[in-house]
Design a protein around this ligand. Sequence first.
Ligand code: ZN
Length: 239
Amino acid sequence: MTEIAAEILRELHRFHRQQSDLKYRLESGPRQVAASQKAAKLAEQHLGELQDTWKKMRLQSEEQQSQLRYRESEVQKLQEKLNGAKTNTEFGVFKNQIAAAKQANAVLEDEILEKLERLDQLQGQIQAAEALVVQRQQELADTRERVEQKRPLLERELTRVAEGLREMERTLPADFKSDYQRLVRAHGPDSLAPVEGETCGNCNTLLSPQVMNLLFLSRAVFCKSCGSVLYLPEDRLPS
Ligand SMILES: [Zn+2]
């Protein structure tokens, strides 16, 4: 059974975790930018929808207003006819027509006022939506800048860690190395696990006394349950 110092395995695991953390942070940058882009786009869509609604309602309102002007001129004409009425019957007919037309106009006026009020409300919502678009675009610019600033630093750090890891892997015993490399390809940082108490730190399986003995003898041992390379933590160095 291959002999390998716990110290080396601990260091290997540390490198793997650092590498995985750095990769995650590098990949999270574009994800953050994409999320900011999506939020900005949503704000723009919302603004566009409000503007469309406003335009349609404004058009309807203008149509109703021109309709009202026309109807009022009709009332005016009836008024003239009323003034020129020759008989009481004629007078009565025009009077009724005028009353009915005025009533209809009052309903239309109410509708127009209601629309104007709604247009005012929409205007307020549009202003708020415009402010949100500006805010989201600023957030997007900030996110892009932050991600771009961090990236070279993370990339340098990743290169350093990857080099450290490769250097360390070069020193591994050949018969252990192939198993280790296969594990790393499949499980990444989880291919190594510290012993916690008497259990595997990765899958919590209880380790047999024989396994514990081998670990104290600095032997390369794999967890029977999850396959991880087991190692003793710093405070439990083999005597
Ligand atoms: Zn395990």
